[in-house]
Design a protein around this ligand. Structure first.
Ligand SMILES: *Cc1c(COP(=O)(O)O)cnc(C)c1O
Length: 370
């Protein structure tokens, strides 16, 4: 018996689609700017070990992760190439950054002090990125901290600033007024700092706001993995994910039966149900209960009742029994019904769907390095 025989759900990841998406974004920004790759959260749940080396082979030279541990894991998968760690250094970790060639993103005066202190203690000049807050009120130096740095360059002694970056709040809404506000704030603050560093403002969606938002480097994540960077418009990215779950049982039902926990779906006429082997432990959000859809042989079938931990039930009334039989697969994410579509049904975003996919699926990687 093979792992494929045993598998109850399949997550197929098209690594070539991810690298094709990276090339497409690189071509959109053109030779003036570099396209980096954001591979945090295990490449948004899709597998950094498999995807990051393929991106490197395609020509990606700069990678972003969130945590130090992600950076250490990435360094094993990608021996060359810049790795920037968005969370920055935690106390006691500066030595790990240096030993593994990781570049911290310095988000606060405290992190700058820590990195400068380590540089001075070791007598080295150390690369770092500086993160400016231009409207997220999340990580990054505010205008006051930027002014202090501009006044007192000794605060950056021992630090070689390789990148000055910021992050946008509303880039996925092309007409949002905050976009030009953040662009102006970033331009002003980075001029005020006046460091000999490259500049970066945009992630996936900002790439499609036009060249004014590209600066020297763009930081796409979501678009690499096929999520739509321009919601409301046709998706320019290639789909990279397919999620399928096996039908365990097909049953005939009739009124007055109910389906699942809480008896939230009432059967009102004769029909048939298919029960598949995937539930919220596999990343099918509970909010998809009575709201989500699957596809079988191109036919759309609705989720009925609540999503259980390991099982989901679809109404397959009217579909041919040859199609809907135990062992057949129902598509949960496919080109017909993307992670963005499933997200809309679940009341969330594609990012959360991908990063919540879970560890239980049988993973199949297509393309990329062997
Ligand atoms: C996650 C992240 C990105 C990537 O964003 P996408 O919308 O997935 O392209 C870029 N920059 C920063 C600072 C991030 O946190």
């Amino acid at each position: 018996m093979t792992a494929t025989d045993r598998a109850t759900a399949f997550l197929t990841i098209d690594v070539d689609a991810v690298t094709a998406n990276w090339r497409r974004l690189r071509d959109v920004v053109g030779p003036q700017a570099e396209a980096a790759g954001v591979v945090k959260a295990d490449c948004y749940g899709l597998g950094m070990d498999r995807i990051a080396p393929a991106l490197a082979a395609a020509g990606c030279r700069t990678f972003f992760v969130a945590t130090i541990d992600e950076g250490l894991a990435l360094r094993k998968a990608v021996p060359k190439g810049a790795i920037l760690v968005l969370d920055g250094p935690l106390p006691g970790t500066c030595g790990d950054f240096v030993a593994h060639g990781l570049t911290p993103v310095l988000n606060s005066p405290e992190q700058i002090g820590q990195w400068a202190g380590y540089a001075s203690a070791t007598g080295k000049v150390l690369d770092a990125a500086l993160h400016l807050d231009t409207g997220m009120s999340r990580l990054g130096l505010d205008a006051e901290a930027v002014a202090r740095l501009a006044e007192d360059v000794s605060l950056l002694a021992g630090i070689n600033p390789v990148l000055v970056m910021s992050h946008m709040a509303c880039a996925d809404e092309q007409g949002h007024g905050k976009n030009s506000e953040q662009l102006a704030a970033f331009t002003l603050l980075s001029r005020h700092l006046n460091l000999p560093a490259r500049k970066s403002l945009g992630a996936s969606s900002a790439i499609f706001l036009g060249p004014g938002y590209h600066f020297d480097l763009v930081r796409p994540g979501a678009a690499l993995y096929g999520l739509n960077p321009v919601p409301g418009q046709p998706n320019p990215m290639a789909p990279a994910v397919r999620l399928q779950a096996r039908i365990l049982q097909v049953r005939d039902v009739d009124t007055p039966m109910t389906v699942g926990y809480g008896a939230t779906h009432q059967i009102v006429r004769k029909g048939r149900l298919a029960v598949v082997a995937a539930g919220y432990a596999d990343g099918l959000f509970r909010s998809l209960g009575n709201r989500g859809f699957g596809f079988i042989e191109g036919e759309r079938v609705p989720v009925v009742g609540r999503i259980s931990m390991d099982l989901t039930t679809f109404d397959v009334s009217g579909l041919a029994p040859e199609i809907v039989r135990p062992g057949a697969l129902i598509d949960l994410i496919s080109p017909d019904h993307t992670a963005d579509d499933l997200a809309a049904e679940a009341g969330t975003i594609g990012y959360e769907i991908l990063t919540a996919l879970g560890r239980r699926h049988h993973r199949v990687y297509e393309g990329g390095a062997a």
